[in-house]
Design a protein around this ligand. Structure first.
Ligand SMILES: *Cc1c(COP(=O)(O)O)cnc(C)c1O
Length: 373
């Protein structure tokens, strides 16, 4: 079997998506599934769509192209503000994009006119995360300019929380967003179709008892992929945490006792590398490293302790003598480990429990049938 690899259980991704879609739909909110942590892997995107996601969102144009080449035809929104250098491709492969800069919106509009299309604009407003976003007092003006511009259509307003700052959105912030949307509508006319309230960190708010106001969309990645609340790291009720498993192979076992590295210059490093100094402690070296994943974001099976990692090696201590050279070990990944591993060129991705695609209904369409006759 190829190593290192990621085993992906698509049934669990469908289940996680269905679970979140069911809970959010009951609150009047649809789910836009975010594929960026899976590097736009088409089978994973399809599992999200099968699970009821209304559409997909991606941060990178290269991942959007990967999805399109694989035949994914659903609406895809670019959730990172497009680069000026990419606008011609953006309007051809994405229905809409999140935007914060007038220069980019103008360039998208010009590109859309060149390609005889209309590109959807969702304005990203800054509500306190201090990553991307238009300041609330500038929003109405920008919305008006987008409305007046041929080639683009103002489709929505979005906000993002807890990405840079790690602060979860409060009910007051969410209410402020709804009010802002009403104000923009009053100021420049058109009905704002999509109000995208945020990411997985918004789930506690969305599933709490409070009114959801104008928010009718959330962009969900981590919660679907890993089944956890990104702020607390806790499992979400009824969701799988193990849709993804990283598998690495042992390339060396070392039965010698491991001297604890006391007296290291950097106490933080010494702490990480310190392992019990018992003669039975064995070190396992795996052919995987920082170049493949965030090694500190891996969960070891019980009885194994993380010792350290370098660019290409992962060292683990154990008192269990059963693993030998060539043995495989399975790890769970946090978000940081997952997104790096999914993008790593040397990690094979093996999916299972795929549904037939296109769905059986589509495959039996009249034209296919006629072609067979
Ligand atoms: C990554 C991202 C998301 C999805 O975040 P999760 O925590 O994975 O749900 C949503 N919106 C934007 C703008 C993002 O960059």
């Amino acid at each position: 079997m190829n190593c290192p690899r990621i085993d992906v259980d698509l049934r669990k991704i469908r289940h996680n998506t269905q679970t979140i879609v069911g809970r959010l739909n009951a609150r009047g909110i649809r789910v836009t599934a975010v594929t960026k942590a899976a590097s736009g892997h088409p089978a994973i995107a399809r599992a999200m769509l099968d699970g009821g996601a209304a559409g997909l969102a991606e941060a990178r144009l290269s991942n959007v192209k990967r999805l399109r080449h694989a035949g994914v035809t659903c609406p895809i929104t670019l959730i990172r503000t497009p680069m000026l250098s990419q606008v011609d491709d953006v309007v051809q492969v994405c229905e809409a994009s999140y935007n914060t800069e007038m220069a980019v919106i103008s360039a998208l509009a010009a590109a859309a006119v060149r390609h005889n299309t209309v590109h959807g604009i969702i304005l990203m407003v800054e509500m306190g995360d201090l990553r991307e976003g238009i300041l609330p007092h500038d929003l109405g003006d920008m919305a008006q300019r987008a409305v007046d511009m041929p080639g683009v259509a103002l489709k929505g307003i979005g906000a993002n929380f807890a990405c840079l700052s790690g602060n979860a959105p409060t009910a007051a912030k969410m209410q402020a967003l709804s009010i802002l949307v009403n104000e923009v509508e009053g100021q420049c006319g058109p009905f704002i179709e999509t109000v995208s309230g945020g990411n997985s960190a918004n789930l506690p708010w969305a599933l709490g008892g409070r009114a959801t106001g104008r928010i009718n969309d959330l962009r969900i990645g981590e919660a679907i992929l890993l089944g956890v609340d990104p702020i607390t790291g806790d499992q979400i009720d009824g969701m799988y945490r193990d849709a993804f498993t990283l598998v690495a192979e042992v390339i060396e076992t070392d039965a010698k006792s491991v001297p604890p590295l006391i007296g290291q210059a950097d106490p933080a490093v010494a702490k990480i590398r310190l392992v019990p100094d018992t003669s039975e402690t064995m070190r396992l070296i795996f052919a995987i490293g920082h170049q493949d994943t965030d090694a500190t974001g891996l969960t070891m099976p019980p009885g194994y302790t993380f010792v350290g990692a370098t660019s290409d090696h992962l060292v683990i201590a154990t008192q269990d003598p059963t693993l030998c050279v060539g043995s495989e070990m399975r790890f769970q990944m946090n978000y940081s480990a997952l997104m790096r591993a999914m993008a790593a060129p040397d990690i094979q991705i093996r999916t299972r429990n795929a549904r037939p695609w296109p769905s059986p209904r589509t495959a039996k369409s009249p034209s296919n049938h006629l072609a067979l006759v």
